[in-house]
Design a binder for this molecule. Structure first.
Ligand SMILES: Nc1ncnc2c1ncn2[C@@H]1O[C@H](COP(=O)(O)OP(=O)(O)O)[C@@H](O)[C@H]1O
Ligand SMILES: [Mg+2]
Length: 364
C-alpha cells in the first residue's frame, strides 16, 4: 500500500480546508484487539424479478448480486470495486438493510440481523451512516444544511433543540465547514459540491455510527476537491475507529484509503484480500484489466496490465463457466465449462480463477 499520508489521487488544494491534505494517519489502537467484524455478509444474493406481464415484453430476472461474502472489521476500510452495474450499490444497500436480500445472511457485531425489524432495525440504523455519490441529490434543496445534518437526531429523538444545534455546530467544524456559524445558515445551492459532500459526511456521522458506507462519494466531485473528501473520511475512520465500506471504481483511490479490497464482476466477488496484495499482484485477470483502465501510480505495484476484451454488454452472468471467460485474455476450455470457486491462495487473499487453482489446467 502507499506510504501513509501520501496522496496519490491529486495534489490540488482542498476546497476550503487545505490542512486536511496529507494529514498523518493516527495509529489505530485496536488493530488486533476486537476481531468480531462490525458487519459480515454470508452468501448474499439479490435477484430482481423480471416482469411476466402480458402487456409488456417479458423481462428476465436480474441476478444483481450472487453469493457475496465479505466482512468489515472495526477501524478498517473495505474497498469495493468493479465496473458500473456489477452490483456494488445493491450489495451496499443490502448491508445497510435498505434492500432485502433474496438469500444469504448479514451479521452486525456477530448478531444475525438479516430479518430484523422494529426497534432492533432502528438501533442498527443508528449505527450505520451512508454517504452517497451525489451530494446534490442527497440534500433537500429547501432545507438549511443544519436541518439536513440534524435530521437523523430528530428521527431518533436524540437531544433537545439546543443540544442538536450544538451537535451540528461541532460536526460542521469537524468536517472542515468553518466557521460553523456561517454554514449553519446556508442552503444547499449556496455550497460547492465539495462543501455539500462534507455536509453529507457530517450527516452520516452525527449519530456516532460505527459503520460508514460510502458509495462512490467522490465520483461526482471536481478532481480538485476529491482529495479533501478522501482525507476527511480517512481522518474520521481513525478518530472514530469506524468500519467503512468504500465503493469506488478508481483503484488508485482504493489503494490510498483501503485496508482490504474486494473486486466484483457481474455480481460476484472475484478477488478479495489485503489492498496491497490485491492491487499489487492483481491475480484475477479482471483486476488486472481494471488496473489497465486506471493505471496505478506506484511503480512497485506494476505488472503489465492486460486490456480487457470487449465490454460489459458482451458479458453474461448466466454462462455455465467463469462469467469473465468471454472477455478474458488468459481463458481456456475449463474456464468456459466450469465456474471457478473463490479460493484462498495466500493468507487472506482470495481469488476465483482457474489460473490460480492448481487442480485445474487452463491451457493444454
Ligand atoms: N431496483 C432495481 N430493479 C431492477 N434491477 C436493479 C435495481 N437496482 C439495481 N438493479 C440492477 O442490478 C445490477 C447491479 O446494480 P448496481 O448495484 O446499482 O451496480 P453498481 O453500483 O455496481 O454500478 C444492475 O444490472 C442494475 O441494473
Ligand atoms: Mg452504484
Amino acid at each position: 500500500m502507499k506510504a501513509e499520508g501520501a496522496m496519490p489521487v491529486d495534489r490540488q488544494p482542498v476546497d476550503n480546508d487545505p490542512e486536511l491534505l496529507g494529514l498523518p494517519v493516527a495509529q489505530r489502537s485496536d488493530s488486533n484487539a476486537s476481531r468480531t467484524p462490525v458487519i459480515e455478509a454470508r452468501e448474499l444474493t439479490k435477484v430482481f424479478t423480471g416482469s411476466k406481464s402480458i402487456f409488456r415484453r417479458n423481462v428476465d430476472d436480474i441476478r444483481a448480486v450472487t453469493k457475496v461474502s465479505l466482512h468489515v472489521d472495526p477501524g478498517s476500510v473495505l474497498g469495493l470495486a468493479g465496473e458500473s452495474g456489477c452490483g456494488k450499490s445493491v450489495t451496499a444497500e443490502m448491508l445497510a438493510k435498505l434492500q432485502e436480500p433474496t438469500s444469504g445472511s448479514i451479521s452486525y457485531r456477530g448478531e444475525d440481523i438479516t430479518h430484523v425489524g422494529g426497534a432492533r432495525l432502528s438501533t442498527f440504523r443508528r449505527k450505520v451512516g451512508m454517504v452517497f455519490q451525489s451530494p446534490f441529490d442527497s440534500m433537500n434543496p429547501r432545507w438549511k444544511i443544519a436541518d439536513a445534518i440534524s435530521e437523523p437526531l430528530r428521527i431518533h429523538k436524540v437531544g433537545d433543540r439546543s443540544e442538536r444545534r450544538s451537535a451540528v455546530m461541532e460536526m460542521l467544524e469537524r468536517v472542515g465547514l468553518r466557521p460553523a456559524e456561517y454554514y449553519i445558515e446556508r442552503y444547499p445551492h449556496e455550497l460547492s459540491g465539495g462543501e455539500l459532500q462534507r455536509a453529507a459526511v457530517a450527516r452520516a456521522l452525527i449519530l456516532g455510527p460505527d459503520l460508514v458506507i460510502a458509495d462512490e462519494p467522490t465520483t461526482m466531485l471536481d478532481v480538485s476537491v476529491r482529495a479533501g473528501i478522501l482525507n476527511l473520511l480517512k481522518r474520521m475512520r481513525d478518530e472514530e475507529n469506524l468500519a467503512m465500506l468504500f465503493i469506488s471504481h478508481d483503484l488508485t483511490t482504493l489503494s490510498y484509503l483501503c485496508d482490504r479490497v474486494a473486486i466484483m464482476y457481474l455480481g460476484r466477488v472475484v478477488e478479495m484480500g489485503p489492498a496491497a496484495g490485491v492491487l499489487g499482484e492483481r491475480l484475477h485477470p479482471y483486476t488486472n484489466a481494471l488496473a489497465a483502465a486506471v493505471p496505478l501510480e506506484d511503480p512497485d505495484l506494476i505488472r503489465p496490465p492486460v486490456p480487457i476484451i470487449g465490454d460489459l454488454s458482451s458479458a453474461s452472468a448466466t454462462t455455465q463457466g467463469c462469467a469473465f471467460a468471454p472477455r478474458c485474455p488468459a481463458g481456456g476450455r475449463v474456464c468456459e465449462e466450469e465456474a471457478p470457486e473463490l479460493l484462498e491462495v495466500r493468507e487472506g487473499h482470495y481469488v476465483a480463477c482457474h489460473l490460480h487453482d492448481d487442480s485445474k489446467v487452463v491451457k493444454q
